[in-house]
Design a protein around this ligand. Sequence first.
Ligand code: UDP
Length: 331
Amino acid sequence: MPETHLVTGGAGFVGSHLVLALLARGDRVVVLDDLSTGHAAAVPEGAVLIAGRIGDPDALARAFAHGPFASVLHFAALSLVGDSMREPYRYLAENAKNGLALIEAAVAHGVTRFVLSSTAALFGAPTTIPIPEDEPIDPGSPYGESKAWLERALIWAERIHGLRSACLRYFNAAGADPGGRLGEDHRPETHLIPLVLDAAAGRRPPLTVFGDDYPTPDGTCIRDYIHVADLAEAHLLALEALTTRSVRYNLGNGTGYSVREVIATAERVTGRRVPHTVGPRRAGDPPVLVASSRRIREELGWAPRYPELETIIAHAWAWRQAHPDGYRQPR
Ligand code: UDP
C-alpha cells in the first residue's frame, strides 16, 4: 500500500534525496520547505511542494491538509556548526521552536512515526571512536545542542503521546544521486567536498584548510563521509522499524578521512589540482568524528552501497560538472 509522508526540508540536500527514494518505492510525498536554503528545482517531480515556514501556522495547516501522513520526516533546520557559534541563540531558538511546533502538529494530526535528521555534532568530544550510540551526548556547538534538545523532546512525545521516533545522526553527508538527478548546492557553500571540487574546477578561489594543528596524523580534522543515497536508504529502513519501536542510530561509513585525504582523493578523481592554503581552525570543529554504524547494520541490515570516498566524490563531481550553476538556471 502506498503511504503519504510529510518531508520538511525536502528541497534541501539530504531531504531531496530521501524524497526521490520514497517516490521510487511508490509512496506519495508532500514537501514543506521555505526555500531559504533549499531549491524548488531540487524537489523531485511527483512530490507536492508547499513553500512555507514551519513556524507559520497557515503553512503548517496547508501541509497537514494533504494528510493523513504515515510519517513526518524533519530535515528543515539551520545546520551549520560555524554559524551556530556566531549566532547561538538564533540556532537554539529556531531549531527548537520549529521542531517542537512540528512534533506538536504531528501528534495533533494522529501521526505515529517521526524521523529527525540528527547529527554527529551531538558528540563534541567523543571518548570512543568510532562513536557508538551510547556515547554520552555532549554537543560541541549550539547546532548540536539544538538537535540534542529535539531528541529529548521526542522522548517526551513518545511517553506522553505515543509518537514513535527515529533519530538518525548523520555524520558528513556527501555525494549525489548516482543517477545524476540531484546533487548538492548550498548558498553559501560551506561544505568541504563541494568547495574542494569547485576549487579543482577553478570556479572558486583556493580552498582554505581550517587548521592543520589538530591531534590527528596529518594535523587536519577527520570526518566520516557518507553517501547521500545510503543515508536515504537508512531512512526507509528506519520507517519500517518505526512500525514497532523507536530507534536512535549513528550513521556513517565507520572510516574517517582527513581534510588532506579528501583533497588528495579529489585530485585523483578529477585529475586536477586542488589549490589550497592553510588557515586558522573553525570554531566548534571537533578533531575527529567517525561513526560506529554497527547498531543499524545489525538491527536493520543497513549496509552502505557506496562506502568508498572515491565513489562519493565521483558522484558529486559528475553532478557538479553537469550543473556548474547548481540548481540555478544559467542566464
Ligand atoms: N573544512 C575546511 N575548509 C573548508 C570547509 C571545511 O577545512 O572550507 C573542514 C572542516 O573544518 C571540517 C571538514 O572540512 O573538519 C568538514 O567540514 P564540513 O563543513 O563539510 O562539515 P561538518 O563536519 O562541519 O559537518
